[in-house]
Ligand binder design. Structure first.
Ligand code: MSP
Length: 599
């Protein structure tokens, strides 16, 4: 019988990609129409006919080496960039380093180096980390580059020509560590390491100093209403919701004008105010413009600028959701489409900091757990809404359970020569797994097909909201279901000499490989190397790995399957080696026997 199809229709091209041919289980209780209706909601979100996408990370301060939190920001953005590319978008992905300001000037002095040499050294360390961790940026910006200086000068002149910058006098608290001005209500008392009384920022805990100087002010106060209108009219502009609410709350309070320059005598390491060599542009204004520089500002930024998405940590929300949109409104430029905010990683419940000596080195950890292992952990455990705690033990347990045992075990079983002596993608037998009851498939098997069929749309919805952990939760649940399917039918017990058993065995393996193909394709943005190994082992060619190729189990719907009868890839190595605890709590990958999970 031909299946009746339910289509999720949308008006635009993007939505068409979401059309899902639903498997209708022969067991009515298992039908899940609500998941399909959920897709309709999603399609409205994607209704843009634009095929360009622009994603950025914050640019990283070069006063210290990269830590786990930096890698986290980069991995999130990389995941979104890879996902959009798989969907056929022309995606630009920018990252880089924030090299000006007092903090960097002081760090270079302390290191006894000239600022540019110092910046280049640390910037290279970030670059090295990113290339080691498969961060596939398309542009790496440094704020000391000439193209950036030109963009900042132009941007400043635009604001000035609109009467938004005036000479004034600023008096108030300043945190050099955060490069941030603070209201008296944001400052508290504390003691430094020698027991001396100091003032600190209540939010970051960093020391603040009283500052009084002549400089240029930006008319931030005039943008309060426009910012409120923008946020109220675009409830998804800042995600997740709790951060959107936080910005709205800040805007209920007073919004004073902002000092946007420092006296040259105090800060030399920065871009001079055009036409006034005695003043240096405020490092945050300088840094935020990096997003425009990469987009091609001031001459050719249109293609990218109207599809800009920023990934940022929660500590820099005010700069991105208040100062930056106000600057952009002032310069007459469109606002970012979405500001994706993530929370922080702590270590044993404490903030990571050099003084506490608990900074997690991301390069060392990615060597210990593999690059894909670290990527998987960060994206599987990182919840944008709330802080997450890091321990090596958690990483090891998660990777062993989900990558080595469940996913690796499944691939192992289904491709092992003992079950698949000819090493081809076997045939699907519609009589053994019919769309109506009566074959050898049982109720849970139909349930699994339903789940895997809608999985791409579920994953898409979570990627769009940057809830990558939810996407991984859904994939992981399906992988477990497929393992259960194989376990339930114990194909290794079937009698190959019996033609019916042989057809059923082939069908069980065919269905399992189809599931694995879907998982491998969906996991590409998260674990690119593992996915490549998995898909290559299944014989899936690079041109067959896009979102458009996610057509699960076409034989069940009476269509041809391009993989049926195709030779499997020759690399039968372990997908992910189990990690073992070593002395001193260091882990290292352990070689496992390929056939360890056969039964
Ligand atoms: N230079 C500014 C950003 C300018 S963007 C125009 C900056 N740099 S940073 O190096 O301090 O931080 C970069 C990113 O790392 C931020 O998104 C920040 O939230 C993130 N992280 C820093 N510590 C973190 C954790 N402990 N956990 C997760 N991410 C955190 O701010």
């Amino acid at each position: 019988m031909r299946l009746p199809f339910i289509f999720v229709t949308g008006a635009c091209r993007s939505a068409l990609r979401l059309q899902q041919r639903q498997f209708l289980s022969p067991f009515p209780a298992l039908r899940k129409p609500q998941s399909i209706f959920a897709l309709r909601f999603m399609s409205t979100q994607l209704c843009k006919d634009d095929r360009s996408f622009y994603i950025t990370t914050p640019i990283f301060y070069v006063n210290a080496s990269p830590h786990l939190g930096h890698l986290y920001s980069a991995v999130i953005a990389d995941c979104l960039h890879r996902y959009k590319a798989l969907q056929g978008f022309n995606s630009k992905f920018a990252t880089g380093t924030d090299e000006h300001g007092l903090k960097i000037q002081q760090a270079a002095e302390a290191a006894g180096k000239d600022p540019l040499t110092f910046c280049t050294e640390v910037s290279e360390r970030f670059k090295h980390l990113f290339s080691s961790c498969s961060i596939s940026y398309t542009d790496y910006i440094r704020t000391t580059q000439q193209r950036h200086r030109q963009a900042v000068e132009h941007f400043w002149s635009e604001l000035q020509s609109k009467g938004l910058i005036y000479k004034g006098s600023y008096e108030g608290w300043y945190s050099t560590q955060d490069e941030s001005f603070l209201m008296p209500s944001q400052v508290g008392d504390s003691l430094d390491s020698s027991g001396k009384e100091i003032k600190v920022s209540l939010e970051s805990g960093h020391k603040v100093e009283w500052m009084k100087e002549e400089n240029y002010m930006f008319r931030l106060s005039v943008f309060r209403t426009q910012l409120l209108d923008w946020l109220r009219g675009n409830p998804r502009a800042v995600q997740p919701e709790r951060f959107h609410q936080a910005v709205l709350q800040w805007l209920q309070e007073d919004l004073p004008d902002l000092s946007v320059s420092r006296q040259r005598s105090r800060l030399q390491w920065g871009i001079s105010v055009p036409g006034d060599a005695e003043q240096t542009i405020y490092v945050w204004l300088d840094a935020l413009v990096n997003y425009l520089t990469v987009a091609g500002y001031p001459d050719k930024h249109d293609q990218w600028w109207h599809v800009a998405h920023h990934v940022i940590g929660k500590d820099i929300l005010k700069f991105h959701a208040i100062y930056w949109p106000a600057f952009l409104l002032g310069a007459g430029l469109p606002l970012p489409q979405v500001i994706h905010v993530h929370s922080h990683w702590t270590v044993e419940g404490k903030k990571m900091s050099k003084s506490l000596g608990n900074v997690v080195d991301p390069l060392e950890r990615s060597q210990m757990f593999t690059t894909d292992g670290m990527r998987y952990f960060l994206l599987r455990q990182g919840v944008p809404d709330s802080d997450c705690d890091y321990t090596d033990d958690k990483v090891m347990k998660l990777l062993n359970a989900e990558l080595a045992d469940t996913l690796g075990g499944l691939l192992n079983r289904c491709t092992a020569p003992a079950l698949n002596p000819t090493q081809v993608y076997p045939s699907f037998c519609p009589q053994s797994f019919p769309t109506e009851q009566g074959g050898r498939a049982v109720v849970e098997d139909y349930h699994m097909l339903d789940a895997v069929k809608v999985l791409p749309a579920v994953v898409e919805m979570h990627f769009e909201n940057l809830n990558v952990y939810k996407a991984l939760e859904a994939i992981s649940a399906c992988v477990r279901q497929t393992n259960g399917f194989v376990q339930r039918h114990t194909p290794w017990k079937l009698d190959r000499r019996d033609s019916k058993d042989q057809r059923w065995l082939d069908t069980v393996i065919h269905v399992s490989l189809e599931c694995l193909r879907i998982y491998g394709t969906l996991l590409q943005p998260i674990v690119p190397e593992i996915s490549d190994r998995l898909l290559s082992r299944l014989g899936v060619r690079p041109s067959e790995r896009s979102w458009a190729a996610l057509n699960f189990l076409p034989r069940y719907a009476g269509m041809d399957c391009p993989f049926e009868g195709r030779a499997l890839g020759s690399d039968s190595g372990v997908l992910f080696s189990r990690l073992e605890s070593q002395k001193g709590d260091k882990q290292k990958p352990k070689k496992t026997k390929k056939s360890a999970n056969l039964k």
